[in-house]
Ligand binder design. Sequence first.
Ligand code: SF4
Length: 639
Amino acid sequence: MSDLPAAQAPRLLSLIPPMTQLNVPYPSTAYLTGFLRSRGIAASQADLALALLLELFSPDGLRQIEQRVQAVPMKKRSASLHCFIENFERYLATVTPAVAFLQGRDPSIGHRICGRQFLPEGPRFAALDNYVDDDNGDPLAWAFGSLGVQDRARHLATLYLDDLADVLRDAVDSRFEFVRYAESLARSQPTFEPLARALAAAPTLVDSTLEKLTLDAVDRSNPTIVLLSVPFPGSVYAAFRMAQAIKAKYPAIVTVLGGGWVNTELRQLKEARVFDYFDYVTLDDGERPLLALLDHLAGQRPRLNLVRTYARVDGQVRYFNSSEPDVPFAEVGTPTWDGLPLDRYLSLLDMLNPMHRLWSDGRWNKLTVAHGCYWKKCSFCDVSLDYIGRYDGAPAALLVDRIETIIAETGQTGFHFVDEAAPPKALKALADELHKRNRAISWWGNIRFEKSFTPELCNQLADSGCIAVSGGLEVASDRLLKLMQKGVSVDQVARVTRAFSEAGILVHAYLMYGFPTQTVQDTVDALEYVRQLFAEGCIQSGFFHRFACTVHSPVGLNPGDYGIKLKPLPPISFASNDVEFFDPTGVDHDRLGKALNKALYNYMHGIGLDEDVRAWFDQRVPKPRVGRNFIARALQAGH
Ligand code: SF4
């Protein structure tokens, strides 16, 4: 294990490993860097997810990819590879302008992109055939109207990059996807074995490019400590590859692993080989563990007094946790994006779902209104973990100070509040403070559809810059909402969402299927409610998630209370999160899920809103028990 000489002042470098989102930096390094600097500690950051993509999707990158494609026998080439080889010169000529266009640096090329003669069109463009043609046979008119050159061009350029990502996957590295890399090696993987084997294998072009970028970033900032923050399982393998490269060239650099995936999945870590790559692994919010670690590395704190930190001692994994309070939310400082190339992020437009569009398109400053969730009761949610279960707010004046600092730094006035559920009281106070300072911003974020969002408050939030909200309706069924401890009912959701919509705020509903004891009848009824919510103008966007049972949720902790039995987990020495279960109802939720998604996709485009919901299913399902005017009546009752 590396320890710093006592006298050396630490220099920290926080890295975002691939793959994460590409339209804005994932916020973890911005938070950490802002916090460390607020304490006078030298800190810098780099986003290697973006850097990797820009390197691979450049003329030089494409030439290297082409060599790999040429090595694939003709018979084994996918349609993507054939198209790439046939149009290789055009890909070389168009990749730089297409990327610059998506970065917003070269808008005029949008006209050529829209003409559909400029970018080569591979298999991904077949998706356009699924769109409904307008009277002139134009499929994009349906999605973007007759104007909107920039939007159309962004969608086409995104399909073009999707094609290139498929080429990379088919010829270079089958584990590569736009938003995740080698995810299966880390998602709920009970042992380190698959990841260890992948890390011992010869590097692919993706790996070797990433290694080079990692060492370049290290050489630029000459850190004594490198922090790798892994938000999702799809960025874990890359983080280990990066640490491997750092340890091989600079064994004295202390490497630390943390982030959302670690906080969720590594709570039972026993695998000593993890520490061939990382000296320390920290759990939950990084601020306090890092301060303790810096003290320890400076020789001012015994190892025993580290905070929520794993280390390898005599070949064994040990967990150290002197329980010290976390740094209060009011004292974590303001995130900083200093050092991240904000003008190089890509505004992709691949989903026509309006809320997904906000996620992947545009540059939103990410900020939280509070730490954790003020409700922390939903039975499917990881409420036993710190990032949900520890609620801690900050005064509105401080939040608006942070907002103003961020605007001054980035020049951007759009904010995405990334809270799990921003509290209505705090949002109201925020709106009051923004009004008091006459500060114009736009913002969107997650909330709970609870009663305190009255029409007056929704209007006030719209005035303060709110353009969209998302919230969980989950399974639209009062029986299941109660079992979930969601704390809302269907008619209440109808009234609240309508109030937001009438205030001009886009509403997206998180929907769920496959919850324990959910019957086919429940599913049909839930879809009927959803149909009515769209038809009545309460919601404009939604997404159906399949319920997954996690070991940290109330369902996973007390399965008997929800009428299910967990399948036994194998012995765990590495990651753990999802757990399979037996549900005595025996419903084929996968099959039902296809119908739900099809219906929702159409509802979002205003199609099929008058049809009997049974028409979406490819099997006989019972008639909905819900009155056809249930939501309309609930809305009237609220007036
Ligand atoms: S699902 Fe959302 S509202 Fe419910 S406990 Fe989790 S974070 Fe809070």
